[in-house]
Write a new protein. Structure first.
Length: 150
């Protein structure tokens, strides 16, 4: 699977506008419904905000890479950063079913994203070449959701 679009943005909450604008234009050009586009943007915004909050709370400024992939029957968005572990990372591990408590704006964004996505998983792997841990948030969204909701 090859990335269709990739953004590398600073860890600032206002930069979600760049990603959402790009998502909106690309999804419209692919014939994806505006409802699916808005839903995916809400999910990406929630996870992006959580990543920014985690990075900034540690006094760091790592960039966040956001990659969009066209997957069979849907879309896959991957957010990556080399910042610290976040409060809710362990709740987002594969095969973990711990509920995210809505105790903050960032936690609420993750809660909403988890409800709207087909899958939201966080993995952390150590990049030996770079000498840093890389956090990867994998969001999967089925494009049939809008049709199912009607």
């Amino acid at each position: 699977m090859q990335a269709t679009i990739r953004w590398i943005v600073p860890s600032r909450k206002q930069d979600i506008g760049v990603i959402n604008a790009g998502l909106d234009v690309w999804l419209a050009s692919e014939g994806v419904s505006s409802l699916d586009s808005r839903r995916l943007q809400v999910c990406v915004e929630g996870v992006f905000s959580y990543c920014v909050g985690t990075i900034r709370s540690a006094g760091r400024k790592e960039d966040i890479t956001v990659s969009l992939y066209r997957a069979e029957g849907g879309l896959r968005v991957v957010l990556q950063h080399c910042g610290p572990d976040g409060e809710w990372d362990t709740c987002l591990k594969a095969h973990v079913c711990v509920e995210i408590k809505r105790t903050s704006f960032d936690a609420m964004g993750l809660f909403i994203a988890r409800q709207m996505l087909d899958s939201l998983v966080c993995e952390s792997m150590y990049d030996v070449a770079a000498g840093v841990a890389v956090k990867t948030f994998d969001l999967r969204y089925c494009l049939d959701k809008a049709a199912d909701a009607q």
